[in-house]
Design a protein around this ligand. Structure first.
Ligand code: SDX
Length: 426
């Protein structure tokens, strides 16, 4: 345990409170404040700006250096040499799979891609123009109804089965959201397609023609899923951990993560970036929007810019920009006006004192939407894509917590309301 101590002294008291200090393998030390309650004190940290909620071996971020490691492997190397399912295995199990383990994992995911036929009935109740994230929250949460009774979260095998089911079924449900919106028949997954090929197949193919998928788009889709796979204790992952700490089943926990991801300050930003670029419309209007982003009286923010942790380039944004270049060129749309506006917007913002002073850089959401649009995915589905990619991260953090001793998460508060008062006599 710790051999370092932080001493806390309060004004007017001669007594100091010794708080243990722990060191991780890399990254900042942490001060264990668990003993403060016994001293009649709470810590106060709205937004958890300086709070480590747990210890974890899964992902490390150095925001100042723009470093992102999954089980020690840099995201740039995984994007270059790995694929989404191999990265899922790495996040879940801590090591890259052997060739045999990889084949076994791919097969397990492949044979869990279908959903219960009765799940199709759920879609009849949603309006055609329902936001797909509203459907995802509902339908993924409803998976509990099909598996709740066959799930013992204290059993490692049950936990692994739930993890595989969730990774495998999210793309199927996501594609069903799109087909429901466009009024086309749902497409069943195919066992002869890879993970990303299957998703594009279920999204864009119909029963009227032979199933085919553009391999360039499938590769780009796979890398986009990989880049979203995990990101330490972000808002949606922290939501999954808090839900999991009550003993809720993993399907309900992942549904809570999807709900938290939807917000425009988090996973909803990729959709907001495309809407922003559409609103800017022309490079001549960029300065106007930069001005608005800096105006404290204007709620407008430059979507896809800034990050709670990264005070340097988000390494995922650099990879995403490279994929953007490649995919748009492969598709012959390298002069895509939105991509041109995005590149120009990035250049202007990175040279502007306001953004430099606040260390605001493009994040993972800034370029992803442009690629997704080029692949043919509608803007309303962008955050759904993020949810598919983030599921292995969510479920790995859930598994890491549940597999070790844990306590229910229950923060306290600084109470600023009324002191006790009596109900007025009638
Ligand atoms: C994701 O946590 C994760 O890891 C998330 C994520 C993941 O993989 O899970 O990386 C995914 O959510 C990426 C972020 C996507 N969101 C956006 O792109 C939305 C736009 N960004 C902002 O809303 C904002 O930057 C946040 C929410 C991302 C971060 O907000 P913080 O850390 O609370 O910072 P802040 O709001 O306190 O901003 C600090 C200053 C403020 O100015 P001052 O009050 O100091 O004068 O920077 C300004 C802010 O006004 N600022 C921006 C800005 N982001 C911050 N000004 C204009 N445009 C922006 N985008």
């Amino acid at each position: 345990m710790s051999n370092k101590v932080a001493k806390l002294t309060l004004d007017g008291s001669t007594e100091s409170i010794d708080l243990p200090v722990y060191s991780g393998t890399i990254g900042p030390d942490v001060v264990d404040v668990g003993g403060l309650t016994a001293k009649g004190l709470f810590t106060y940290d709205p937004g958890f700006m300086s709070t480590a909620s747990c210890k974890s071996d899964i992902t490390y971020i150095d925001g100042d250096k723009g470093v992102l490691l999954h089980r020690g492997y840099p995201i740039e190397q995984l994007a270059e040499h790995s694929d989404f399912l191999e990265t899922c295995f790495l996040l879940l199990n801590g090591e890259l799979p052997t060739a045999e383990e990889k084949t076994g994992f791919e097969n397990s995911i492949r044979y869990h891609t279908m959903v219960h036929e009765q799940l199709y009935q759920f879609f009849k109740g949603f309006p055609r123009d329902a936001h797909p994230m509203a459907i995802m929250v509902g339908v993924v949460g409803a998976l509990s109804a099909f598996y709740h009774d066959s799930l013992d979260i204290t059993n490692a095998k049950d936990r692994e089965l739930a993890a595989h089911r969730l990774i495998a079924k999210l793309p199927t449900i996501a594609a069903m959201c799109y087909k429901h919106a466009v009024g086309q028949p749902f497409m069943y997954p195919r066992n002869d397609f890879s993970f990303a090929e299957n998703f594009l197949h279920m999204m864009f193919n119909t029963p009227c023609e032979d199933a085919k998928v553009n391999p360039i788009l499938a590769k780009a889709m796979d890398t986009i899923f990989l880049l979203h796979a995990d990101h330490e204790q972000n808002a949606s992952t922290s939501t999954v951990r808090l839900a999991g700490s009550t003993g809720a089943n993993p399907f309900a926990c992942i549904a809570s993560g999807i709900a938290a991801l939807w917000g425009p300050a988090h996973g909803g930003a990729n959709e907001a970036v495309l809407n922003m670029l559409d609103e800017i419309q022309d490079e001549s209007r960029i300065e106007e929007f930069i001005k608005r982003a800096k105006d404290k009286n204007d709620p407008f923010r430059l979507m896809g810019f800034g990050h709670r942790v990264y005070k340097n380039f988000d390494p995922r944004a650099k990879v995403m920009r490279k994929i953007c270049d490649e995919v748009l060129e492969d598709l012959g749309v390298e002069n895509d006006p939105l991509f041109r506006i995005a590149r120009r917007l990035e250049k202007i913002a990175l040279e502007d004192e306001y953004f430099i002073e606040r260390k605001l850089y493009p994040n993972v959401d800034f370029y992803s939407g442009i690629i997704l649009k080029a692949i043919g995915i509608p803007t309303s589905m962008f955050t759904v894509i993020f949810a598919i990619g983030r599921t292995p991260g969510w479920i790995s953090h859930w598994k890491e917590m549940i597999s070790n001793p844990y306590k229910i998460g229950r923060p306290r508060q600084l109470y600023t309301g009324h002191t006790q008062r009596d109900y007025p006599a009638k």
